[in-house]
Design a protein around this ligand. Structure first.
Ligand SMILES: [Zn+2]
Length: 288
């Protein structure tokens, strides 16, 4: 944890922002985590300010509620990720009717991989988009999947890696894989007006445990190879390329998603569509 950057936690389960707490060590953080999920981010409070707040929070349990409110105000002022400042693209997505996943589904985690350099392109693609957006029909299905998971496994959470993706970004991805063996892993942006992510009907998801670590699925997210495939899992298991546990984890993810109405992509265990692409291209607007 950086010295000059206090971590502020918000309860991901109930999205109650008034329960902000500052932790002074990773151990403290884990002690408090237990079954509840907390979202951490840098509040960029000054070192003195954060220490003072921490001491105050430690001082009295009764004071915590009041202090939390002050802290919440500070957090909201310094954390655009929580919806106070929306980027132009985020505003545009809302204008065309898409909804913000984190705002609509309490308890779900959002970590937009393309808003970081840790993706197959090795650079930040979503320069002003770090929130997940989907069409309302898809939001309802994801809400249902999340509720089903809560019933089956209280210790696990859904994390969204990608959702609505502007077609301009799809074009950049396509340029990298076009006419290579990786071509089948990226939707062609020039067919049917775009791929399912370009209509806001697709979501890339996985499951994380209560410490926030993704549970093993047999391949990394966006791994371009057979181990990502859903349609040859029995063979992968036979050849020892995925384990029984990894297969069971994939099945659990698929079970909650399909029960909620999502369609499986045979090539990628993490990708699900809320409707066929042909249907989306007829009734929805492509995100440019
Ligand atoms: Zn996808």
């Amino acid at each position: 944890m950086s010295q000059d950057c206090a971590r502020v936690a918000l309860c991901v389960d109930c999205q109650h922002r008034g329960r902000g707490l500052i932790f002074n060590s990773e151990d403290d953080m884990h002690l408090r985590c237990r079954a509840l999920r907390w979202r951490f981010f840098c509040a960029e409070l000054s070192e003195i300010g954060s220490k003072l707040l921490y001491l105050l929070l430690q001082k009295s349990k009764l004071m915590k509620r009041g202090i939390s409110l002050i802290l919440t105000a500070l957090v909201l002022m310094s954390a655009p990720a929580f919806g106070q400042t929306k980027s132009d693209i985020e505003k545009r997505l809302e204008q065309i009717g898409l909804k913000n996943v984190a705002e609509e589904i309490p308890g779900i985690e959002v970590y937009m991989v393309y808003a970081t350099p840790y993706n197959f392109m090795g650079r930040v693609l979503y320069k002003d988009l770090d929130e997940a957006y989907l069409v309302p029909e898809a939001i309802e299905k994801l809400k249902k999947a999340n509720a089903l998971l809560r019933k089956k496994r209280m210790d696990l959470h859904l994390v969204v890696y990608d959702a609505a993706r502007p077609r301009s970004i799809q074009e950049q991805m396509w340029k990298v894989v076009e006419n290579t063996e990786l071509q089948s892993f990226v939707a062609n942006p020039y067919k049917r007006g775009g791929g399912p992510h370009n209509y806001g009907i697709a979501v890339d998801v996985t499951l994380v445990d209560c410490t926030g670590h993704p549970i093993p699925m047999g391949s990394e997210y966006d791994y371009f190879g057979d181990r990502s495939r859903v349609d040859i899992e029995d063979k992968l298991l036979e050849k020892g390329e995925i384990t029984r546990r990894e297969l069971a984890n994939r099945r659990l993810l698929r079970e909650i998603m399909t029960e909620a109405g999502w369609r499986v992509d045979p090539g990628e265990w993490w990708h699900f569509n809320a409707m066929p692409l042909a249907e989306a291209s007829q009734k929805l607007t492509v995100i440019k």
